[in-house]
Design a protein around this ligand. Structure first.
Ligand SMILES: Nc1ncnc2c1ncn2[C@@H]1O[C@H](COP(=O)(O)OP(=O)(O)OP(=O)(O)O)[C@@H](O)[C@H]1O
Ligand SMILES: [Mg+2]
Length: 403
């Protein structure tokens, strides 16, 4: 895996202790004007708020089992929890998860991230669903290599996943692949038996997942499990916030002066939509790429931070898959002496373009005048053309490709 989303790979999170739940924080952002009022989002925020409350008293069976010493009642309880199967467990009942569905740009991811940050859970994971499935396939493969005699790797895999994190937040839940469809039903049955709680965003209702496809019938039991374990919340607001957001904002601001910086400040605040400014570390094959300024779906860099140091395609791709929006201050005019910067900028723009990242920049000149002379100036023509396209209204509508 080249990158994980935010804190997704870290099994341990600081546990927020505050009294403000998702609904209160959402309302505060509306009151502060960083979010527009939206009754559909309010409804979803209330449902997430209920789950947030329920999680405060909930101890999943997988954690009870981990805490129980062998030979004591814990062992027996653990066996009961698994034995009669699925779903039986001690303590308060497992809260139902939340599956948010709606068209693009309705604020599903924004609400899920808000919930995730506040969730009073140490072992939580927020991950793009596609990435999660890649991880599942990798682990299944590793288990088969390590234990060729293992008849059924799904139960131990589920146990492993649940122990690392029992609150799983999936962005962009979808099933495109028969190989995934085959695994999902049993995997989730075991995850739920271990007490896992699931929150998800999706453009597809659970009952419509993987339908009209060969093998759809075999997938029906999974749909039943999901419908049994999570509540579907439909965000049906008429507004696509992504459209309103990008239209009207300049994306390429010349020159890179104080006014340009102020304009980018406004864009940053708007895109952050109330999310706190924070540092984010991206894990790129075990190496950390530090993002000094990020807020929700946007990251901001000075050109020199991105192209003036030794970064490569892997770093740019990690950024491009993690952040739907990127702001770059101070893109300079470049000449023969800036060959390295120009080359990295080409690679960076390719990565952003491939993932449909929305770019906002201040620059010393228009794209086709940025790098006219020097090694690779010819290749830069494609970059300039992409930068032009990335300023268009049609590009602004493209969905971010996060995996
Ligand atoms: N009430 C709101 N006021 C202002 N901005 C908002 C509001 N809700 C969402 N946004 C912003 O709109 C953009 C799109 O929201 P988000 O990414 O959460 O949509 P989504 O429903 O997950 O879309 P998709 O289905 O394409 O993933 C984000 O930048 C988000 O911060
Ligand atoms: Mg989304």
């Amino acid at each position: 895996m080249d990158t994980e989303i935010r804190t997704a790979s870290a099994p341990s999170q600081p546990v927020p202790q505050g009294d403000a739940g998702p609904f209160a924080v959402y309302e505060a952002r509306v009151a502060a004007g960083t979010l527009d009022r939206d009754p559909e989002q309010e409804k979803a925020a209330r449902r997430l708020d209920r789950l947030w409350r329920e999680l405060r008293d909930y101890h999943p069976v997988v954690m009870q089992r981990a805490a129980a010493r062998p030979g004591l009642f814990g062992g027996l309880r653990a066996r009961l929890g698994l034995g009669g199967g699925r779903g039986a467990q001690a303590g308060p009942a497992r809260p139902r998860g939340v599956y948010m569905v709606g068209q693009v740009g309705r604020g599903k991811t924004m609400l899920m991230d808000l919930f995730f940050d506040l969730a009073p859970v140490e072992h939580k994971r927020r991950v793009h669903f596609h990435r999660f499935m890649q991880d599942v396939h990798q682990r299944l493969h590793d288990m088969k290599v390590a234990q060729p005699d293992l008849a059924d790797p799904i139960p131990p895999l589920a146990r492993q996943i649940a122990q690392e994190a029992w609150l799983l937040c999936f962005d962009e839940f979808q099933v495109n692949d028969i190989a995934d469809a085959m695994i999902l039903g049993r995997l989730f049955e075991y995850l739920f038996a271990d007490g896992v709680v699931v929150v998800a965003t999706s453009n597809t209702r659970p009952e419509d997942l993987f339908q009209d496809r060969p093998g759809a019938d075999a997938f029906k039991p999974f749909i039943d499990i999901i419908m049994r374990e999570v509540d579907t919340v439909i965000l049906d607001s008429p507004r696509d916030y992504r459209r309103g957001g990008v239209r009207g904002m300049r994306t390429w601001i010349v020159p890179a002066d104080a006014a340009a910086k102020a304009e980018l400040d406004t864009i940053f605040t708007h895109l952050a939509a109330g999310a706190p400014v924070q540092e984010v570390d991206l894990d790129i094959m075990g190496r950390i790429l530090h993002v000094a300024r990020a807020a929700g779906p946007v990251a901001r860099f000075d050109f020199s931070e991105l192209c003036g140091r030794f970064l490569g395609a892997g770093d740019y791709l990690a950024l491009a898959t993690r952040f739907p929006n990127l702001i770059i201050d101070n893109v300079p005019r470049m000449g023969p002496d800036n060959f390295d910067e120009a080359r990295r900028f080409i690679v960076l723009i390719d990565a952003l373009y491939e993932q449909n990242v929305k770019l906002f920049a201040s620059a010393g000149d228009q794209p086709d005048s940025l790098y006219e002379r020097g090694q690779g100036a010819k290749a830069f023509e494609r970059t300039a053309s992409r930068l032009e396209e990335m300023q268009s209204a049609s590009y602004a509508q493209l969905p971010h490709l996060s995996a």
